[in-house]
Ligand binder design. Structure first.
Ligand code: TNX
Length: 507
């Protein structure tokens, strides 16, 4: 029997008790932090920030005094708590008199408050005072993620999204317990991160975008701000500098990176595969070393993504040698490399991660399976992003205005109804580090466009990453998902009203 919690996405791993009785949040409720360390208080503040505007309650954050006042919400860090499930595991006990959230690590507390907010009525998400009553069904939830990497990728190169847009996306990802945001920071159409040792990358290479609609870049200070914002939501930023292909913006900025020493013009189209760094010149490796060194210094997370996709201008041998050299550069700067699946043509370190992206549906599945098998043979772990399942830039159906369709249409069911381990033969649970939903922005100009493509599909991807495979059924999921429509409306999220989901008319 699947856990019968009808609102929560992703579905919790284990709901060991559920009653028809209610806990009611009283107006004088407190949020008790145990202990009152800065990280626990920060999580409690996140919870208070959700609950205060809609309830109108003061919800002071306090250290527990003698006894637990009725109606308290207790947020407790307990390093001796259950070890199973890793740092993000938590338990949530809702009794008639209190709510108790326990985790070994603050990230578990943060994941737990996402569950708690979803257990309240949708109007809890409003930023205006709402009526209540603010009730929760009595329950005991023991929850932990299936996969360690539950990611989303945002392409800020084809069109640029500013710091506030990225923060908004981070907030939306956090609600669904995603824990990785991969930023695609460079491509043919624009370079988006300040690199002090190569200033023309942004002075010149950031000024273009697809159709010249939206260029720009992050200063290093702005990038740090994004990293810190994500970290406070227990989301790791994985920066990507795509190479050796997808580099026109860099090649246009520095003639010496080109084999013929001539800088091409900036590029505003959407074709792929035509550009490459000059892999036989030493300056190319000086360039990569500088970029990786600066990026590694700005990035606390363990990973640097170096792309590696869709290179048409090199032989396999040239390509493999390049990948092996840049893999060493990433290691030298203390990070682990991530690359798109093409990097399996090279000899990979066991710590390198391979992001599988082609196939997923009928098309090209044999080739995708072969790549996945090669990654496993080399002892590297996989991040699964099969295009015909989780490319959020694919149109939902023939009527979708935004997006592309080279991998087919991707409706809510397609994005949900597959499994990262069984999609291709010969892959075991331990070979898969997780799942990630890329959002390429050739056709997306505003954050509204991004939301329209991401929601609701990304909630399904989040569930694939978090919830036990054995309970997942699309027919049940779509009922639960439907209840998130009213939440997104409260939050001003532009989402696609898929005909596959039984959206409620009014709450
Ligand atoms: C393929 S996926 C690409 C991107 C495009 C995307 C559009 C991958 C590694 N490369 O360059 O933006 O398709 O869907």
């Amino acid at each position: 029997m699947p856990p019968p919690l009808h609102h929560v996405v992703p579905m919790p791993a284990n709901v060991s008790m559920q009653s028809t009785r209610w806990f009611t949040l009283p107006a004088e409720a407190q949020i008790l932090v145990e202990p009152s360390t800065p990280q626990v208080v920060e999580v409690a503040e996140h919870l208070a920030a959700v609950l205060r505007p809609s309830t109108g309650y003061a919800l002071p954050i306090a250290a527990p005094a003698a006894g637990v006042p009725r109606g308290s919400v207790r947020v407790r860090l307990d390093p001796s708590g259950p070890a199973a499930g890793g740092d993000e595991a938590y338990t949530l006990d809702i009794t008639d008199t209190s709510v108790l959230l326990v985790a070994r690590h603050p990230s578990g507390l943060f994941r737990g408050i996402q569950t708690l907010r979803q257990l309240f009525p949708a109007s809890i998400e409003a930023r205006t005072r709402e009526r209540g009553p603010w009730r929760l069904r009595l329950a005991r939830i023991e929850d932990a993620p299936r996969f360690a990497w539950r990611g989303a990728m945002l392409d800020v190169s084809r069109h640029f999204f500013d710091v506030d847009d990225v923060k908004r996306y981070i907030d939306l990802l956090a609600k669904y317990k995603l824990n990785v945001l991969h930023l695609h920071l460079s491509d043919d159409q624009g370079w988006r991160i300040e690199i002090a040792s190569w200033p023309r990358l942004t002075e010149y290479g950031s000024t273009s975008s697809v159709n010249d609609e939206r260029g720009g870049f992050y200063t290093q200070a702005q990038y740090r701000e994004i990293v810190a914002y994500a970290a406070s939501r227990y989301i790791t930023i994985v920066p990507e500098i795509d190479m050796p292909g997808h580099t026109n913006a860099a090649l246009a900025s520095y003639p010496e990176l080109n084999c013929d020493g001539v800088a091409p013009p900036l590029y505003t189209g959407i074709k792929v595969g035509f550009s490459t760094l000059c892999v036989d010149k030493e300056i190319t490796y000086t360039f990569v070393d500088d970029v990786v060194r600066e990026l590694a210094a700005l990035t606390p997370g363990p990973w640097i993504h170096l792309g590696g996709d869709e290179v048409e201008k090199l032989t396999d041998e040239q390509y493999a040698r390049f990948v092996e050299r840049v893999q060493d550069i990433v290691a030298k700067h203390g990070k682990q490399m991530v690359g798109w699946e093409e990097i399996t043509k090279a000899r990979l370190a066991p710590t390198t991660l391979v992001q599988q992206w082609r196939g997923g549906g009928e098309k090209a599945t044999a080739a995708a399976a072969a790549v996945a098998a090669e990654a496993v043979r080399q002892g590297t772990r996989l991040i699964m992003s099969p295009a015909s399942r989780v490319y959020l830039d694919m149109k939902y159906d023939a009527t979708t205005a935004l997006g592309l369709n080279w991998a087919g249409f991707v409706e809510v069911r397609d994005a949900y109804d597959w499994d990262p381990v069984t999609l291709y033969p010969g892959i075991a649970e331990r070979d898969v580090l997780g799942v990630e939903a890329p959002l390429w922005s050739e056709t997306l100009v505003t954050i509204r466009d991004v939301e329209q493509m991401a929601f609701p599909r990304i909630a399904g991807v989040a569930e694939i990453g978090w919830s036990p495979a054995e309970w997942r059924r699309f027919d049940e999921f779509r009922q639960r998902l439907a209840l998130h429509g009213p939440r997104w409306e409260r939050l001003g999220v532009h989402y696609y009203r898929s005909p596959q989901v039984p959206w409620p008319r009014e709450e």
